[in-house]
Write a protein that binds this ligand. Structure first.
Ligand code: FAD
Length: 431
C-alpha cells in the first residue's frame, strides 16, 4: 500500500489524516507544535464541522460561548455568538484525536522536501529522513510558497496578550482608522487584543516600540477601554503574524496535495479561517484516494480540488470586501481603500436567474472516488449542484426546459416535489 505523509498537524492536516484512516489508509503526520499562545474565535457551525470530522478532543475546552460585540462604521451591535479556542490547547486536542485514530504522529520540524514523480524525501530536524509515495502539505501559512498566486493587500496582525483580572468570557470587534481590532477576555483573566493593519501604509515603529504603539491604540479606543475596564495589564506579550489572503497557484499534482492555509489562507476578518481550512481538507481524502486507486481519473480529481479551493477563496474574499465596504468613515484611508476593491467587482452572491441555469458534465464525489456526472450549474453555484437531498437535479432541469413542472416532477414523492419546487423558486424558476 502507498505510504502517505502529512506535513503539519493543524485542523486541516488532522482532518485529512482522519478521513484517510476512514478509507483504510495507514497515515503518518509530522509536525512541530505551535510556539505561541493565541486565542481564536469560531462559530457554532465550525464546532459542528470539527465534530463531524472526528476532531472531538480538540473541542473539550470550547464549552463557553461568548457574545461578540461589534462596533463597525460607528454602529454597535451584539448579535454574534462565538466560541473561543485556546490554540495551543486546541492543537493538543487535535493530536489526541490523531493518536486515538491510529495515526502515527512524529514531532519535528520539516527542514526540506525533495519531490519527484516517484515519491518524496522529507528531511526532519533530529530524525532520519522519511520517504513517502504521497505527500499532503498542510503546514498552514508556513508552507513554502509555490510561485506567484493570488494575494490580497499585504496585511499584518499584532497580537497582545496579558494577564488581567478574571471575569466573564467576552469578545469584541472594532473598526478603526488604520484597520480593525479583535479583543477577547477569558474567564481566568487572560486578555487578548489583536490589531490588523496594512503593511505598506501603517508606518509601524521598530520592534522595540511596537508594544507602546499598541498600548496607545488601546488607550484611544472607547470600546477597548470599556472592554478591559482599565484593568491591570501584567506581563504583556506581543506576537506579529502575516494575515494576507493568499491563494496558492497550484494545489495538487499526481502525488501531492495542499490543504488548509497551505492551499488558501483567508483574511481573519470574520473568524472563518478554521472553517475555510477544514472545507478544503474535508474533500481531500477522496481526491487522494482517486489519485492512488484510479490514476486514470487524476486530471478529473485535480480539477475537482483546484476548482473548489479557488471558488472557496474567491467567494470568501468577496464577502470580506463587502464587509470592508460597510465601513464608510475612512474610505480614502489606504487600509480601507485597498480592501473595499479587492479581489474584483463581482458580486459575492449572484442573483438567481433561471434562464442562465445549464446542465454540464463536472467532477463529483461518488463511492469514495472522484467521478464525472451531469450537474446543474447556476449563477451562484458555478461548480454545479448534483443532488438535492438525494434527488438528482440534472434530469429534472432538462425536462423542465421543455415540459410543464407538473409533468417533469411527476415521479417525485410529495415531500421531494416540495423540496425541488422550493429550490427551483430560489433559482428564479417562474413557469
Ligand atoms: P495551521 O493551523 O497553521 O497548522 C499548521 C501546522 O503545521 C502547525 O501545527 C505548525 O506548527 C505546523 N508546521 C508549520 N511549519 C512546520 C514545519 N516546517 N515543520 C513541521 N511542522 C510545521 N481562524 C478562525 O477560525 N478564527 C479566528 O479567530 C482566527 N484568527 C486568526 C488570526 C490571525 C492573525 C491569523 C493569521 C489567522 C487566524 N485564523 C482564525 C485562521 C486560522 O488560524 C487558520 O486558518 C487555521 O489554523 C489553518 O489551519 P491549517 O491546519 O491549515 O494550518
Amino acid at each position: 500500500m502507498s505510504t502517505i505523509l502529512i506535513l503539519g498537524a493543524g485542523p486541516a492536516g488532522a482532518a485529512v489524516a482522519l478521513g484517510l484512516r476512514r478509507l483504510g489508509y495507514r497515515v503518518s503526520i509530522v509536525s512541530e507544535w505551535r510556539r505561541f499562545p493565541a486565542l481564536e474565535g469560531v462559530s457554532l457551525r465550525v464546532l459542528e464541522a470539527l465534530r463531524a470530522a472526528g476532531l472531538e478532543h480538540a473541542l473539550v475546552d470550547a464549552t463557553l460561548p461568548s457574545q461578540r460585540k461589534v462596533s463597525w462604521n460607528g454602529q454597535q451591535h451584539a448579535q454574534n455568538i462565538e466560541w473561543l479556542l485556546d490554540r495551543p490547547r486546541f492543537d493538543r486536542g487535535l493530536r489526541e484525536d490523531l493518536q486515538r485514530a491510529g495515526v502515527e504522529l512524529i514531532e519535528g520540524r520539516v527542514l526540506a522536501v525533495q519531490s519527484s514523480a516517484s515519491g518524496h524525501q522529507v528531511q526532519i530536524e533530529g530524525h532520519a529522513d522519511l520517504q513517502a509515495d504521497f505527500l499532503v502539505e498542510s503546514r498552514g501559512r508556513q508552507a513554502p510558497a509555490l510561485g506567484k498566486g493570488l494575494r490580497g493587500p499585504e496585511t499584518v496582525s499584532l497580537l497582545n496578550r496579558w494577564q488581567g483580572a478574571p471575569g466573564a468570557t467576552a469578545s469584541a470587534v472594532e473598526s478603526i482608522e488604520q484597520g480593525w481590532v479583535w479583543m477577547a477576555r477569558q474567564a481566568d483573566g487572560c486578555c487578548y487584543w489583536q490589531l490588523t493593519v496594512d503593511v505598506a501604509s501603517a508606518d509601524l515603529p521598530g520592534k522595540a516600540q511596537l508594544l507602546d504603539y499598541c498600548r496607545e491604540r488601546r488607550r484611544t479606543s472607547a470600546l477597548a477601554t470599556a472592554f478591559f475596564a482599565d484593568g491591570p495589564e501584567v506581563d504583556v506579550h506581543l506576537h506579529a503574524r502575516s494575515s494576507t489572503a493568499i491563494l496558492c497557484p497550484q494545489v495538487c499534482g499526481d502525488n501531492w496535495i495542499r490543504v488548509g492555509d497551505a492551499a488558501m489562507a483567508v483574511d481573519p476578518l470574520s473568524g472563518n479561517g478554521i472553517f475555510q481550512s477544514l472545507s478544503s481538507a474535508l474533500q481531500a481524502p477522496v481526491v487522494i484516494n482517486t489519485l492512488l486507486r484510479a490514476p486514470e481519473r487524476a486530471a478529473l480529481a485535480q480539477q475537482f480540488h483546484r476548482q473548489r479551493v479557488e471558488q472557496l477563496f474567491l467567494r470568501f474574499a468577496r464577502i470580506g470586501r463587502d464587509f470592508y465596504a460597510d465601513e464608510q468613515r475612512w474610505q480614502d484611508q489606504p487600509f480601507w481603500k485597498a480592501r473595499r476593491q479587492w479581489p474584483d467587482a463581482e458580486l459575492a452572491h449572484k442573483p438567481a436567474d433561471f434562464s442562465a441555469v445549464s446542465v454540464q458534465q463536472a467532477p463529483v464525489l461518488r463511492d469514495g472516488l472522484v467521478d464525472e456526472a451531469e450537474v446543474v450549474v447556476t449563477a451562484d453555484q458555478p461548480l454545479g449542484v448534483w443532488h438535492l437531498q438525494g434527488i438528482e437535479l440534472a434530469p429534472l432541469v432538462r425536462r423542465l426546459q421543455t415540459e410543464p413542472a407538473q409533468q417533469a416532477l411527476a415521479g417525485l414523492s410529495k415531500e421531494q416535489e416540495h423540496l425541488v419546487r422550493s429550490w427551483l423558486l430560489s433559482q428564479g424558476y417562474r413557469p
